[in-house]
Design a protein around this ligand. Structure first.
Ligand SMILES: Cc1cc2nc3c(=O)[nH]c(=O)nc-3n(C[C@H](O)[C@H](O)[C@H](O)COP(=O)(O)OP(=O)(O)OC[C@H]3O[C@@H](n4cnc5c(N)ncnc54)[C@H](O)[C@@H]3O)c2cc1C
Length: 473
């Protein structure tokens, strides 16, 4: 291919691997440098044997959205096939719901189906595909600790010509991609290179997750995979090979919920949710994993209209990290990796400053709207559960009122359910769905004026009492 480049990817997580496969197939030479030393095992044993200290969420609950399956089947169908062969689950939320809620099967409902798996299984499949891809080399146990300065392409703006590893190896490339995740060391690396600081927007994490994996016969879906209750959210997330996870999500300021780390209390708490409690009637394959959720962060390397560095592009979580409460990170990352492939296709021979600008524009157009929608939902939900916990009212929030009406309406109007699934599955952004003729009226008719928590479930004091959590007087 003309315009083939040597692309060096920092980090070897999901997005690095997706990018490596996509760019390798376009004829680029790709070198992936991953800090964790362990080679990717066969997907069948990945859950049992793969240790990935560099990725804190590696063994924590993951669920892929419907858009993820759409992108995979369209762009990487062999990866979708390999996932299915490794036991990934094609999960059709609508088909799984009772017909009284879904309204039966309609034309086009297939679009809501996803393909999902536990994170180690998913990553092992993508890693195996990347390792077999001609032109791709994956070096594990290789930490990047510095950027190599190149000839500046713009006056006063450092250029990156490669990286230096912890062993002192200098690896040069035509383009460096930072895919080192939410803990990306990029600001420090840029400072050492003499670059101005990136522009960053950050939101407080604020959620804490108490999750547990199970194995057995996949339980039936009585509510949605995400259910809102007084001061907590419950997630029931199907995965591969007859496994799934169940998670109670609360506010990280909620000291009382910390007792849910104990399996007995967690189990007693889960028994309070009639639409979800049957998901724990199976063999647990983990204890209760507690994880204080990280906040959202958007990082830009074009500041005030001018690149702060050239020759380096941020990808996936390193560019836009969304807190896990709505499970969008892997889908956003795959979208971003596909945009990177398009950028390299269209920018053959372009000036490095122009490449930096185009990437910033692409990220703003394709990724930022999902980042903002996710931040909006999670900030509002966090404010609501903080209000549940403290009794201090949250500020009025019209967008959240509409999201709540839509959520309540999903139980009463199958058309509203489908609107909500489009948004949750990342098939359409909320403004797109709500701007359709009659959509707002339909949502309000079905869910406007519903109680704050329409699903059957405990009040906060009942939940705490059931879990044996004492409330200080
Ligand atoms: C608790 C939790 C639950 C989540 N649940 C979901 C979910 O249900 N659905 C969903 O879609 N998303 C979920 N996510 C988000 C998802 O995990 C991320 O979006 C995804 O992992 C991002 O992939 P990445 O490749 O960008 O980064 P990562 O997967 O974090 O990979 C980054 C890699 O870079 C390596 N690295 C770091 N620094 C260096 C260095 N200096 N040199 C070399 N290598 C380096 C690390 O070792 C790591 O392997 C969740 C996240 C969390 C925290």
């Amino acid at each position: 291919m003309s315009g083939a480049r040597h692309v060096l990817v920092v980090g070897g997580g999901l997005n690095a691997l997706f990018a490596a496969v996509l760019l390798g197939r376009d004829g680029h030479r790709v070198t992936v440098l991953e800090r964790d030393p362990a080679e990717a095992p066969e997907p069948e044993v990945a859950w049992e044997v793969w240790q990935r200290r560099g990725c804190g969420q590696f063994r924590l609950p993951h669920y892929m959205q419907a858009r993820f399956r759409h992108l995979l089947e369209a762009e990487l169908p062999d990866v979708a096939d390999s996932l299915v062969a490794a036991g990934a689950l094609r999960y059709d939320v609508l088909a799984a719901l009772p017909a009284a809620v879904s309204g039966g099967t309609h034309d086009g409902d297939d679009r809501f189906a996803t393909l999902t798996a536990r994170r180690p299984v998913l990553e092992a499949v993508v890693a195996r595909t990347a390792a077999a891809q001609p032109g791709v080399r994956i070096r594990r146990g290789c930490t990047v600790r510095a950027l190599v300065p190149g000839q500046p392409a713009l006056p006063g703006v450092p250029h990156t010509a490669g990286v230096v590893t912890a062993d002192g190896d200098e690896v040069r490339a035509d383009l460096v991609v930072d895919a080192s995740g939410r803990r990306s060391p990029l600001p420090a690396l840029l400072a050492d290179l003499g670059a101005a600081p990136p522009a960053e927007e950050q939101e407080d994490g604020g959620f804490v997750y108490y999750g547990r994996h199970f194995r057995g016969t996949m339980p039936d879906l009585r509510g949605s995979v995400q259910q809102w209750y007084d001061s907590v959210t419950v997630l029931t997330l199907p995965a591969d090979n007859g496994t799934w996870s169940v998670t109670i999500v609360g506010s990280s300021r909620d000291q009382q919920l910390r007792a849910l780390r104990e399996p007995e209390r967690w189990t007693a708490a889960m028994r309070c949710f009639p639409l979800a409690s049957h998901w724990i009637d199976a063999e647990p394959i983990t204890g209760v994993d507690a994880f204080g959720g990280p906040g959202d962060r958007l990082r830009r390397l074009v500041v005030d209209g001018r690149p702060i560095v050239t020759g380096l592009l941020p990808l996936g979580d390193a560019a836009a990290f969304t807190n896990p409460s709505v499970g969008r990170g892997t889908t956003i990352g795959l979208l971003h990796a596909l945009r990177l492939r398009e950028l390299l296709r269209s920018s053959d021979g372009a000036h490095p400053g122009e490449v930096a600008q185009l990437w910033a524009q692409d990220t703003a157009a394709a990724i930022e709207p999902w980042y903002r929608a996710t931040v909006s939902t999670s900030c509002s939900r966090l404010a609501e559960i903080e209000c549940d916990r403290t009794g201090v009212p949250a500020a009025p929030d019209d967008r959240w009122a509409m999201a709540k009406a839509m959520s309540a309406g999903t139980r009463r109007d199958p058309a509203v359910l489908r609107m909500q699934l489009e948004i949750a599955g990342m098939l359409a952004l909320p403004p797109e769905v709500l701007s359709r003729p009659g959509a707002v009226e339909r949502v309000l008719a079905a869910g406007g004026g519903a109680p704050r928590y329409p699903l059957p479930g405990p009040a906060r004091h009942e939940l705490l009492a059931a879990a044996g959590i004492t409330v200080p007087a």
